[in-house]
Design a protein around this ligand. Sequence first.
Ligand code: DER
Length: 232
Amino acid sequence: SPADTAKDAAARAAIALVEDGMRLGLGTGSTAVFMVQRLAERVRAEGLRLRCAATSRATCDLAESLGIRIEELDAIGWLDLTIDGADEIDPDLNLIKGGGGAHLREKITAAASDRMVVVADPGKVVERLGAFHLPVEVVPFGMETTRIHIRGLLDSLGLSQRPMLLRQREGQDFRTDEGNVILDLSLDEIPECGALAQGLAAIPGVVEHGLFLGMCDLALIGSPDGRVIEMT
Ligand code: DER
């Protein structure tokens, strides 16, 4: 499909940045799948020696099935480059992530990297963040009280009455790799990303949110004709 061609083009451009001996963070999601596949091709073809950390069990399983050795992030200690997808990318390279439910490990991994490069198709590029739901990872213990605190924060930011949905998968509450649940906030737009991010981080029971502010260094936007636009 055109979107797949765009994702693969972005993935190939990102993998071209990989140098022998690099310590890499491997992202999660459908675009990251193309990235891992392209990385595996280079590893096989060139015998690249890499140390790779995965941002989800899904990415770990895929990478290992393709012959890429995966290590725990703490075994590597620090990364040169993390390559990951995004749900929304604004002109300042602020992101909404978490569509795949991996944003906690993704943010930890990106924060442990000298450089974060995002790979995406054109549909992810927006003028303002917020049309895509904002995922908030929450500890199940006392979740209803956490929802009350989040509701209070949204009210204080002029985002009252916005839907907040407990993410489901196959009729069950979705559980992250850490065993937490996710509340998806439908905000439409986010006037003050910084205030919302800080407010969410301060709520007991909130583990992580999908706002990645000031973390992305480069976004590679693939297009269906195979070209790639760089956003820096
Ligand atoms: O869950 C995530 O953060 C993913 O990276 C997501 O944001 C992008 O997934 P996609 O490449 O399948 O659109």
